[in-house]
Design a protein around this ligand. Structure first.
Ligand code: ATP
Length: 241
């Protein structure tokens, strides 16, 4: 197997006297989609921020690609609703990027027609697609997505996960994503890691779903969610379903 792109080794993150994460070890390989799931407050966003170097690590170590090769879609982006910001500006901030490159990235995420639209008028799904395009402008080796389907309706969620799978297939980038959405995660990921302060289990979705640790965290019925899984051909970009 290729060298991992991200190596998280026995990592602990502490705020004051409280450990938010402890003994977390994970690897993300080139072209792999790794989804981190876990209950509220499990430390998922903290882990992603540690991977990005945005919060300090008190224990262990993290190896990651240089930041210019990482595309990040944060969980929250506070935008002033009265600021007349266009999709083009949001996609390029804080840099200046030639319009043709922005059009290409927005085309890839299916929202090129909105390039001059005000951000304030976007639907949840459109907004997430613009943020994804913004992350793609870096030509990332690693995409980090913190809950990419928030504010998106059920049909839109499936379309967004399909888009993420297609981006990965076409670009060969790795994806580290956080999700709450168990059944779609099970369908759209190569590896799932269940986090609750530490990694309680990880592996391919069908294997993890059978583990007692997974069922203890999400309830015994959660295992059957893996049955919803359908398969993408990661290298061809074809979705046979
Ligand atoms: N800067 C901070 N100061 C104090 N506590 C923090 C800080 N950041 C996070 N926490 C706490 O750490 C814990 C983990 O937070 P984190 O946001 O990483 O969880 P999460 O799994 O992403 O949660 P959610 O699913 O609700 O987004 C929470 O209890 C949170 O309150």
């Amino acid at each position: 197997m290729a060298e991992p792109l991200v190596v998280i080794e026995d990592v602990g993150v502490k705020i004051g006297n409280r450990w938010l994460l402890r003994h977390v070890s994970l690897r993300v390989h080139p072209g792999e989609i790794l989804s981190v799931i876990g209950p509220n407050g499990a430390g998922k966003t903290t882990l992603v921020k540690a991977v990005l170097g945005l919060v300090p690590v008190a224990e262990g170590r993290i190896r990651r690609p240089p930041s210019e090769h990482i595309g990040y879609v944060p969980q929250r982006l506070s935008l002033d609703p009265v600021l007349p910001l266009s999709v083009f500006r949001l996609a390029t901030l804080p840099r200046t990027v030639p319009r043709a490159r922005v059009v290409a990235a927005l085309t890839e995420t299916g929202v090129a027609g909105l390039i001059d639209a005000p951000v304030a008028g976007l639907s949840g799904g459109e907004f997430q697609r613009v943020l994804l395009a913004r992350a793609l402008l870096r030509d990332p080796a690693l995409l980090v997505l913190d809950e990419p389907v928030q504010g998106v309706d059920y049909a839109g969620e499936a379309a967004l996960y399909d888009l993420i799978a297609r981006v990965r297939a076409e670009r060969g980038c790795a994806v580290l994503m956080i999700s709450h959405d168990l059944h779609v995660v099970m369908a759209a990921t190569d590896t799932v890691a269940c986090l609750n302060g530490t990694v309680c289990c990880s592996g391919p979705p069908h294997a993890v779903a059978d583990l007692p640790a997974f069922q203890a965290l999400f309830g015994p019925r959660a295992g059957s969610l893996a049955l919803y899984a359908h398969h993408h051909h990661p290298l061809s970009g074809q979705d046979p379903s």
